[in-house]
Design a binder for this molecule. Structure first.
Ligand code: BEZ
Length: 202
């Protein structure tokens, strides 16, 4: 199998962390894939009409896309425990919470990148940041017991969110407002799978 990947993408990172945790990193070839929202990558478009990554190219079936679909497929394929039946709705809701906040963090990046210096819309940027901050508050209020329990894809997605905010929005001091989350991430960020997939510019 091949994964259309970008080392900066937190969505691709979710898949790579899962592969690492399952001991399957060698089963999937990473194919570095550039592209921009207004000029999607040709390889991604050939397999995914939306042209987005991650896209998983399978040897024996059509390509899969959207990190949530790919992660669920890989977990099933490996009989993993990252979508446990007994907590499936919690796991999926936690994953969706982290992905929603990630979407807001990525939209902030695109606003900064696609507009000339000084022409970015502050209301848009702060509106997106408010979503991330709200998600972090809910993570602290509702999800700490889940986060400190067995690792699943919801937990992985939260790890990807926090590291992506540090990577792309280092000026936002989220730790001051969310100390319990910061303490959790201090430990979670040291996992081998997290260290092996640290985001970087392509
Ligand atoms: C980034 O450069 O921050 C990025 C790249 C791919 C997907 C999402 C974000």
């Amino acid at each position: 199998m091949k994964l259309l990947d970008n080392p900066a993408s937190p969505y691709c990172r979710k898949v790579k962390i899962l592969l690492h945790e399952l001991g399957m990193s060698d089963a999937v070839e990473l194919v570095q894939t550039g592209g921009h929202p207004t000029a999607p990558n040709a390889a991604a478009l050939a397999h995914n009409p939306i042209g987005k990554i991650p896209t998983l190219i399978r040897d024996d079936g059509p390509a899969l896309y959207d990190s949530r679909v790919i992660c669920r497929f890989i977990n099933d394929h490996a009989s993993g425990s990252f979508y446990p039946e007994d907590t499936i709705w919690e796991t999926l809701t936690l994953e969706a919470t982290a992905e929603g906040a990630l979407d807001a963090a990525v939209l902030m990046v695109y606003e900064n990148r696609s507009r000339a210096e000084g022409t970015q819309d502050p209301a848009w940027l702060e509106g997106q940041w408010a979503k991330i901050d709200a998600a972090m508050s809910v993570l602290e209020q509702r999800w700490m017991a889940h986060l400190t329990g067995p690792i699943d894809m919801g937990v992985v997605a939260v790890g990807c969110l926090l590291d992506y905010v540090d990577f792309r929005h280092p000026d936002r001091d989220w730790r001051a407002a969310h100390p319990a989350l910061a303490d959790w991430f201090e430990k979670f960020g040291k996992r081998d799978s997290m260290r092996a997939t640290i985001p970087r510019n392509p």
